[in-house]
Design a protein around this ligand. Structure first.
Ligand code: HEC
Length: 106
């Protein structure tokens, strides 16, 4: 009977662990993906004179903008952003948004 209890306990642990994967954005994963964004937006996400700051941006707004670049609804003259978002999934965007939202803005 002990084995059965152990299996049940293990199932709960696994369920809990799976629940730990956030439904929204995963900041740690966003940080890894965000390395590619730092080239232009800076390590701190604050941007410079040519690139807007994205640190501290509302995550819902960020996902909306990233989707708009991907769909072509929002254009950028140099196509910098279009190239950056073309391979991103919705989960990637949510993770990136969660990460940049966690950084202090200006
Ligand atoms: C090659 C340079 C470059 C890279 C790499 C890049 N961006 Fe950008 N990003 C820009 C530029 C330039 C703009 C402004 C575009 C415009 O409005 O015409 C911009 C705009 C944005 C905006 C809109 C900001 C606002 O205020 O509306 C968001 C959000 C954004 N970038 C997020 C990201 C994320 C997330 C990544 C990484 C996946 C990334 N960018 C990678 C250059 C870059």
């Amino acid at each position: 009977m002990l084995t059965k209890k152990l299996i049940i306990a293990l199932m709960f642990v696994l369920m809990f662990a799976a629940g730990g994967v956030q439904a929204g954005g995963d900041v740690t994963r966003g940080e890894e993906l965000g390395v590619d964004c730092a080239d232009c937006h800076g390590d701190d996400g604050l941007g410079d004179e040519d690139v807007p700051g994205i640190a501290g941006m509302d995550p819902a707004d960020m996902v909306k903008e990233l989707k708009a670049f991907k769909s072509g609804e929002r254009e950028d003259e140099e196509e910098d952003m279009v190239d950056s978002v073309e391979d991103l999934s919705e989960q990637d965007m949510a993770d990136l948004a969660a990460y940049f939202a966690s950084l202090p803005g200006e």
